[in-house]
Design a protein around this ligand. Structure first.
Ligand code: SAH
Length: 346
């Protein structure tokens, strides 16, 4: 029996060889690529510009792994949470965040997560598996369809800030971006895509070498090693000085300013000294800061910082000419805000 490969995990040159080996023209590969990505036609029978025998050939040799929406929940602030199913078993979540001039999609790259940051709901899960490029793409495609039908508007921004660590599913994440930005895919601009990472330094350098067309966000959360290690185990192997080296390499190669995400945890990382440490870290590489409000996660002891402390922290950054913004929580009432995704409403 042939071990059928997922057609959306196949590269173009492989598909070209496949057709040529079966005495079909090479350009069939491009036609199939447009079907599976641009038109999102995942049924080989409906690829009507291929001959019947070519369609049969595809069916004999490939499968298509895909994702469907099994539930949607709408927050009082308009944020929509999507529960996606794959293989009828694994579940991930995605979020659509409507703002004044933006429709941002937040998608997952892994089912579960292996990192266990101690303030994050996803971190309490185990890693189930990496999503395929097709499964990542599907989330964007399906949420875009939802946006078009509900608001008559296409999505504008994509953030890889859902469940999982994108840089630990490197190949599939990069492949998904390639198809999201391709004219034979969704043709969206890479400038509107942000990949967020806990800071896997080796992979940050690898991205830099790829000459990326997308943005990078780092979940920093503390610019003091001892503190960062307390909340993010990754800091033990990828500490702040390693991170600095990797980001310097990234910036020098790409001239893209990384964004530092900083969740404001009450009486943990929200003091003047913490802000000073962040200022020093920011001065090392051209960068921006997003302060994030902490979202409640059941069973986790942290609390949201006060408005007063948050404002003092923000002012301190601004006084030192650091580009900083406070990101208010969205979708907290439905468990759709940063760090809350854990598929609890299965
Ligand atoms: N693993 C990647 C992608 C997830 S992004 C990363 O960590 O960057 C999700 C963002 O939400 C990260 O910055 C994460 O640290 C943050 N986050 C996690 N739990 C949170 C919580 N309870 N409240 C606010 N932000 C949280």
């Amino acid at each position: 029996m042939i071990n059928k490969k997922d057609i959306r995990a196949v590269e173009k040159n492989e598909l070209e060889s496949f057709f040529m080996n079966h005495k079909s023209p090479q350009y069939r590969a491009t036609q199939v690529i447009e079907w599976i990505w641009k038109h999102h036609q995942l049924d080989f029978n409906k690829m009507l510009n291929l001959s019947k025998s070519e369609r049969e050939l595809l069916k004999e040799n490939f499968i298509v792994k895909s994702v469907y929406i099994s539930n949607t929940t709408i927050s009082s602030d308009g944020t929509v949470k999507f529960l996606f199913k794959m293989d009828n078993a694994n579940v991930v979540e995605g979020v659509l965040i409507p703002q004044l001039n933006r429709l941002t999609v937040c998608i997952s790259s892994q089912a579960g997560c292996s990192l266990a940051c101690n303030f994050c709901a996803t971190g309490k899960l185990k890693l189930d598996r990496n999503l395929t490029a097709g499964e990542i793409y599907d989330q964007v495609f399906l949420i875009n369809q939802y946006a078009l039908s509900r608001y008559n508007k296409a999505i504008t921004n994509i953030v890889y800030m859902g469940m999982g660590e994108p840089l630990l599913n490197f190949h599939n994440v990069i492949m998904s971006i390639k198809h999201i930005t391709s004219a034979r895919g969704m043709a969206l601009s890479g400038k509107r895509i942000t990949v967020s990472t806990v800071g896997i330094t080796k992979m940050i350098k690898k991205i830099a070498d790829l000459e990326p067309n997308f943005n990078l966000a780092i979940s920093l959360h503390s610019a003091i090693d001892k503190k960062r290690s307390k909340i993010m185990a990754i800091n033990e192997t990828n500490n702040l000085s390693n991170l600095e080296l990797a980001l310097k390499y990234f910036y020098d190669k790409t001239k893209i300013k990384p964004t530092y995400e900083y969740v404001m945890l009450k009486d943990f990382n929200d003091s003047i000294e913490d802000a000073q440490a962040l200022v020093e870290f920011c001065k090392k590489i051209p960068s921006k800061v997003n302060l994030i409000e902490y979202n409640k996660v059941e069973g986790i002891k942290y609390q949201k910082s006060t408005i007063k402390k948050t404002n003092i922290f923000l002012e301190m950054l601004e006084k030192n000419n650091i580009l900083a913004k406070l990101r208010r929580s969205r979708g907290e009432d439905i468990g759709a805000a940063c760090g809350q995704l854990a598929t609890q409403n299965k």
